[in-house]
Design a binder for this molecule. Structure first.
Ligand SMILES: NC(=O)c1ccc[n+]([C@@H]2O[C@H](COP(=O)([O-])OP(=O)(O)OC[C@H]3O[C@@H](n4cnc5c(N)ncnc54)[C@H](OP(=O)(O)O)[C@@H]3O)[C@@H](O)[C@H]2O)c1
Length: 404
């Protein structure tokens, strides 16, 4: 498969060859003016049997052919391309590029086109999401083994909903369920999660992010209260509109970053928390810099601040007094690690989130859909990715695959 290199050399676009993963390449687009269609999905499908371990053919020749439906562009995907993420996919020659390469994209949903094993629990037409980290979702098709995918109940779900379950809502879910204030003197460094139904407070920056919106909604469902920090929009009206949007999701308090970083915030916080009598046991930070310091300062004694992102690309500076005198616990969170360590828990969590979405209890994040069709221009795809880390976006970029 040929690649078309562009000025940003780390991100190659796969050329529009009429080849499906595992098949034999035909000529690249430059030599193809006519597209010959065949097969149920309107393209020429090449297939290959694959094996990744040795054994009897009936045991090891198992794979599932997938067609992409939708795949979001998450900040982590861009960080991965930039080489600044916590893990990197290995470059491989298997996809036929001239130099070894990797397919970006960690989240998405696929439709099963064919299974290599008639006894497979996964059937044609099922929807699956990756269970392996850095699966590579920015592609039209994939071949996967059963342990790399997780079937989801697609009933009542849109493709974009299914494609955005496994990273953002899962992150909010895990943080809210696992972290919180000190579990008491006897517990040493131990902490307890916020108590369901208690009305306990948490505070978060980046509250309009995918994770932030999920945290607001899950927090509300679980009887917790949230203080949410957003950055001002370009006009007062736009800021108010965002504030109302988050309140409609269940945010108890929404403050702008300017308010939050101002001298007046201490008094405002005292008012919100009944002069500090109501504790803020958890802070969620995905921004860093001054915003993170202000989250830390807002926390009650023994609270936990969980850093899970660094959108401002500034280090987190912490006054030492918060560590010594307030015993604030500063920890980091990485969903990939959690997923690896608790595979069964992940499955239950995904089922739970899917049910919430289906029941209308977890609302969609604003999305900027980019149709990825046969004729979609490569620069358009790259441009969408390149702008993915920019602030003040109207919606998260997501590839929606059509006739590819
Ligand atoms: N650790 C993990 O396992 C894990 C899992 C999921 C996500 N994350 C991280 O969580 C963060 C949010 O991810 P997401 O997918 O929810 O994001 P998203 O929906 O794409 O939204 C991006 C968020 O970042 C904010 N932002 C962008 N540039 C900023 C800047 N320079 N300063 C302050 N805020 C800025 C945006 O606010 P504006 O609208 O004001 O620009 C928006 O709230 C990312 O850092 C991501 O890597 C981590």
């Amino acid at each position: 498969m040929a690649t078309l290199c562009r000025s940003r050399p780390t991100l190659h676009a796969l050329s529009r060859t009429r080849r499906v993963i595992g098949g034999r390449a035909s000529s690249p687009l430059s030599q193809q003016t006519v597209r010959r269609k065949s097969g149920p999905y309107g393209y020429t499908q090449a297939k290959a049997l694959v094996f990744s371990e040795n054994g009897e053919p009936s045991d090891v020749l198992k794979s599932v052919l997938l067609r992409s439906l939708a795949a979001p562009i998450n900040p982590a995907d861009i960080n991965t391309i930039q080489g600044t993420y916590g893990s990197q996919p290995s470059f491989t020659s298997l996809i036929g590029t001239p130099s070894p390469s990797a397919i970006p994209g960690s989240e998405g949903v696929f439709e099963v086109v064919a299974t290599g094993d008639p006894s497979s629990p996964i059937r044609r037409g099922d929807w699956v999401i990756p269970s392996a980290p850095q699966f590579g979702t920015w592609r039209t098709h994939a071949v996967a083994s059963l342990d790399e995918i997780l079937k989801i109940n697609k009933e009542g779900l849109s493709a974009t909903q299914a494609a955005t379950i496994s990273v953002n809502p899962s992150t909010a879910y895990r943080i809210l369920r696992a972290y919180g204030p000190s579990a008491g003197r006897g517990a040493g460094l131990g902490m307890r999660p916020l108590e369901i139904g208690s009305g306990e407070w948490f505070i978060q920056n980046g509250a309009n992010s995918g994770v932030g919106r999920a945290a607001i909604q899950l927090g509300k469902l679980w009887g917790l209260r949230s203080i949410n920090v957003i950055r001002e929009r370009s006009s007062h009206e736009a800021t108010e509109s965002l504030r109302r949007e988050l309140v409609s999701l269940g945010a108890d308090v929404v403050v702008t970053e300017t308010q939050f970083l101002s001298r007046g915030w201490k008094d405002q916080l005292a008012e919100i928390t009944n002069k500090g009598r109501e504790q803020i046991g958890l802070g969620m930070n995905c921004v860093g810099g001054k915003s993170a310091t202000a989250v830390a300062r807002s926390l009650s004694d023994g609270a936990a601040m969980v850093s899970y992102g660094g959108m401002a690309r500034q280090p987190v500076a912490l006054p030492v007094g918060l560590l010594i005198f307030k015993d604030i616990r500063f920890v980091g969170f990485w969903l990939s690690r959690w997923n690896q360590q608790d595979v069964a828990g992940r499955g239950h969590m995904i089922d739970y989130i899917v049910d919430l979405i289906r029941g209308g209890k977890l609302k969609d994040v604003p999305l900027h859909e980019l149709a990825w069709n046969w004729e979609t221009d490569i620069d358009t795809l790259i441009g969408e990715v390149q702008s993915g880390l920019q602030g003040f976006r109207k919606g998260k970029g997501i590839f929606v695959f059509g006739d590819t």
